[in-house]
Design a binder for this molecule. Sequence first.
Ligand SMILES: *[C@@H]1O[C@H](CO)[C@@H](O)[C@H](O)[C@H]1NC(C)=O
Length: 181
Amino acid sequence: MAVVLVNGLVCKDPKLVQANDFFFSGLHLAGNTSNVVGSKVTPVTVAQLPGLNTLGISMVRIDYAPWGINPPHTHPRATEILTVLEGSLQVGFVTSNLENHLITKVLQKGDVFVFPVNLIHFQRNVGYGNAVAIAALSSQNPGVITIANAVFGSKPAIPSDLLAKAFQVDENIIVRMQSKF
Ligand SMILES: *[C@@H]1O[C@H](CO)[C@@H](O)[C@H](O)[C@H]1NC(C)=O
């Protein structure tokens, strides 16, 4: 039988579909936040849960060490709605040109916040202990563009003199930033 691909992924013969195609286990486990940003995203997208394909939805667990951040990033294909399970999070997103308005708020356990599709957003643990959030995204394959990694960590690198002009700083500052990503 021919293999049918939808969005580049296998669309299984309905007769062969099993419960496990719609199942993922593990969001009770804390992610390892021992890294430079102090946070860890555990994704449950179509890559982890094949049955999500074409359904336009996915989920993540995010763990934060004290003062850990989920650095500024965007999801090119999804709006994100987030709730805090433990701790306190400062969240924010920035609107587009010309306003570039920062919309930010401190969330407590049980609070819910939405990050509109494509806008640059972030979270930071502002409590004393660890923080945990669960977010849902309006795509099975939301994609993620982490701003610093894309701008300063591209392979090959964006010319440093170009970035120096774009960011209005000395080129040696750009070279230093590029060496971090
Ligand atoms: C967490 O990650 C750090 C850094 O990679 C590693 O040294 C440590 O063993 C990990 N801890 C656990 C519990 O996996």
